[in-house]
Design a protein around this ligand. Sequence first.
Ligand code: SF4
Length: 492
Amino acid sequence: MIKGYAGRILEVDLAKRTFAFKPLDEETARLYIGGKGYGTRLLYDMTEPGIDPLGPDNPLIFATGPLNGSVAPQSNRFAVVAKSPLTGGIGNAACGGSFAYGLKKAGVDILVCKNQSAAPVRLEIDGDRDEVRFIDAADLWGKGTYETQEILGKKKHHAVIGPAGENLVLFAGIVSDERIAGRTGMGAVMGSKKLKAVTAYGSRRLEMEDPEAFKEYTKQIRAMFRDHPVLGGTLGAFGTGQIVNTTNARNILPTHNFKYGRFSQARKLSGEYIADHYLVGTRSSCIHCPVTCGRQVELEGVGVVKGPEYETLALMGANLEVGDVKKVAEWNYLADDFGMDTISLGVVLSFTMELQERGMLDAGVRFGDVSGVADLIKDIAHRRGLGDDLANGVKRMSEKYGGSEFAMHVKGLELSAYDPRGSFAQGVEYATTNRGGDHVQGASMYLESVGPFTINPRNLKLKADLPILQQNLACAINSMVLCLFTTYGIIP
Ligand code: SF4
C-alpha cells in the first residue's frame, strides 16, 4: 500500500450490526487520492440512480486522505460523502476538528456506513482490537452536539449529529469538536440511519514514504505559513471574519437577502471588531494546525463558545441586517449545537424575512429585528410548525410559498456569502461547481475580491479561466482533505 494511507476501508452494516475491514484499493487511491475523490467514486459504484437519499440504499461515507492523521499543517480533516437530500445530487462536506485523526489512528482510511439502524445507535471503532462496537444511543438521542461529545469523553475523537440531523433537517451537518461538515445535508443522512455518533481511536502510526523528507517538508510549510501575510498574520489574529470589511467595501457582502452588497453596520461584525471587543481566551485550531483561525467568545449563561466565522457573520448578520455580534454568536452556537449548516440556515432565514416583507408568509421575523429568530432556529431543528417547511431549504420553500426569483440557491444549495454581482467569476463558480451555490469547490472570489492581490472582478477577462483553475485546485485539496486555506499559501 502507498505510504500515508492506513490501507483499510471499514464497512459497517447498521441494520445487521456487522462490520468488515477491507483493503483500500491502491489503483483507486492513485486515481482519486481520498476524501471527496475516493468517496465519490465509492458512492458512484455503490448506488443506483433514483435512490432515496434518506433511505437505506444511500451509504454514508467518511473519507480521509494520505496526509490526514499526520502532523502536516491543515491536514486533520475528513470528508463526508453521500447522495444529498438537499440537492438530490452528489453531496459532500469537509470538517476539521479531530475525528480524522482518530480514524487514522484506528487504522481506517474510509468508513462506509450502509443501511439503517432500527433504533438510535453509536459506533466505537477500536483500532487496536480491530473491533467495532454497536452501542445503544437512546440516552443520547435528542441531545445537542456539544453535550453529546462531552458525554462521550473529550479524550476520544468523535463525529456526531444533533437534533437537526435526527429530525432530518435537509441542511443538517456532522460535527467534530466545534467544527462542522455543514453543507448538503450529510447530517440528515446520518440521522436517517439513526446513527448518533462515531468514535474512533487506536495507536497506529502512519508511515511516510520518506519520513525525513516529510519532516523537512512539514517544517518548510510551517515556516511558509508563519511568514505568509494571511496564514501567519491576519487569519490567526482576526479569524475568517477579517474579510467582512473587505467584502463590504467591494460590495459583495450579502445584505437583506442578497438585495444589497453593503451593510451599514458591517464594521461591528468584522474580525477586527470581534478581536477588540469580544475575543476571550486562546484562539482555537483544528488539531496540528498552526493557523488558529477559530475564535472564542463568551455568551451569557452559556460560557466560552466558538465565535462565528465569516460565512455566519455575513449570512446570519449582514444578510438579516443584524449588526450585533453577540446575537450572531448566540444563533451560531444554537446552530452548531443542533448541528445545522449556518450558510443554508442564514439564507433560509433571510428568504423567510423577504417573504414576510412581501406579505407572502407570516413567520414573525423581520430584517433588522432579532426577535423571534432564536425560536425559529429551534423550530427548524425540531421541525415544529413553520420550522418544518424551513427545514427543507429555500428551493422547496419557494415551491410552496412562491418567491423563486429571490430564493438564493443553485441546484438547491443555498449561496455562500459572496454576492456574484460584484464578483463575476464567483458567479461562474456558483453556476458550475458540482455541488451547487458554493465557495469551497471553487473560490474565485479569493483572487477577485478578497485576497491580498485582486483581479478586476467586473471585467470579463479570466472569468472562465479562474473558475477552472480554482475548481481543479479545490478538487485536489478536497480529495487530500486539506483545509481550503492551503490555497492561500499556494496562490499569493
Ligand atoms: S486554517 Fe483554520 S479551519 Fe483550516 S485547518 Fe487551520 S484552524 Fe482549521
